[in-house]
Design a protein around this ligand. Structure first.
Ligand code: AVI
Length: 316
């Protein structure tokens, strides 16, 4: 069970998102409890969801080239490392020339334990159980003169932020860096709508389960009575905002009670809860977003099987 303060925050955000007039919303970070994280792992194995494989392929194929862009004495920190499997080729490439210190930052102690086991052969692993920016502040506090910090933010998690929030978040990273430090940013690129829709509404229903689990989590943690069979997963692509939107659509008129949020929510038939936005980028937009947050593009690598970019940014 989550600590009481966290449950209070969850209750408050659920009340704010479902209790308002207009479009109902829920913050996407609550998709990732233990079951949600396991379902996300399953999503990354789906044939229709090429994003994670493209990210890993670029890091595998271009590990040496990326390492060559980084100066000696580089220290690596990764935001949301998970098991660290994707990062291994880069640490191996860096480890051939120096002893690397690697700080994986993640909220999941289980993921950090796996990551430490997986990567300790390639460097000194210092796991930090923390949110992204709090963890990065801890790394910055230990960052010695003469070292260059390279932050990895892979997997196109930046695409789950609204555009302005993405720039604010990149500024938050920038504030932890010194001029000349690096950020390696993974971004999923724009591709045909049918390909994106299949990736976010797979025929096996794994993404639907991932999305519906958010209601199940509210039932479990906030004593609610969502009937999951009365909601359906919906993914749409908006070409103007270049984003996939995930929603949960009410299949009929219904009232749901969320006791720990002191809330009764009325749903019309067909009304939706907006649960996640997944923005896709043109390469020039990645450079512009980074520029607005105090970074300049040093190099970039793309995958040709599934358009995805790994962009190395230098803090100015
Ligand atoms: C974590 N994030 C980059 C995923 C994405 O593709 O935006 C989350 C996801 N949602 C549904 N499928 C995957």
């Amino acid at each position: 069970m989550p600590a009481p303060a966290l449950a209070d925050e969850f209750a408050r955000e659920v009340r704010d998102g479902l209790g308002r007039g207009g479009q109902k919303t829920l913050p996407c970070r609550y998709l990732y409890d233990a079951l949600g994280s396991a379902l996300f792992e399953a999503i990354t194995c789906l044939p229709e969801y090429g994003l994670t494989r493209a990210d890993a392929r670029i890091l595998r194929r271009h590990a040496r080239a990326i390492a060559e862009e980084l100066p000696p004495n580089v220290v690596v920190a990764e935001l949301g490392s998970g098991s660290g499997a994707k990062t291994r080729p880069l640490l191996e490439a860096l480890g051939r020339r120096q002893n690397v210190t690697y700080y994986p930052i993640d909220v999941s102690p289980a993921a950090l334990a796996r990551c430490t086991d997986e990567l300790r052969a390639f460097g000194t692993v210092v796991p930090l159980e923390s949110s992204y920016l709090d963890g990065l502040r801890q790394v910055a506090a230990r960052h010695a003169n003469g070292e260059t910090l390279a932050v990895l933010f892979l997997g196109s998690t930046i695409g789950n932020f609204a555009p302005e929030a993405a720039v604010d978040f990149l500024w938050g990273i920038h504030e932890c860096l010194r001029a000349g430090d690096f950020l390696l940013l993974g971004t999923d690129l724009v591709k045909p709508a049918e390909q994106l829709l299949a990736a976010y509404d797979d025929p096996t229903g794994v993404t639907a389960a991932f999305n519906l689990n958010l209601l199940a989590r509210i039932n479990r943690e906030l004593d609610a009575n969502f009937n999951l069979r009365q909601f359906a997963h919906l993914a749409r692509y908006d070409p103007d905002t270049q984003r996939i939107e995930m929603h949960l659509r009410s299949l009929g008129r219904q009232t749901v009670r969320v006791r720990k949020a002191e809330l009764a929510v009325e749903f019309e038939a067909g009304e939706t809860i907006f649960t996640e936005a997944c923005h896709k980028f043109q390469p020039a937009q990645v450079a512009d977003m980074a520029w607005a947050a105090g970074f300049r593009t040093a190099a970039s690598w793309t995958d040709c099987e599934w358009p995805f970019a790994e962009t190395l940014l230098r803090a100015v």
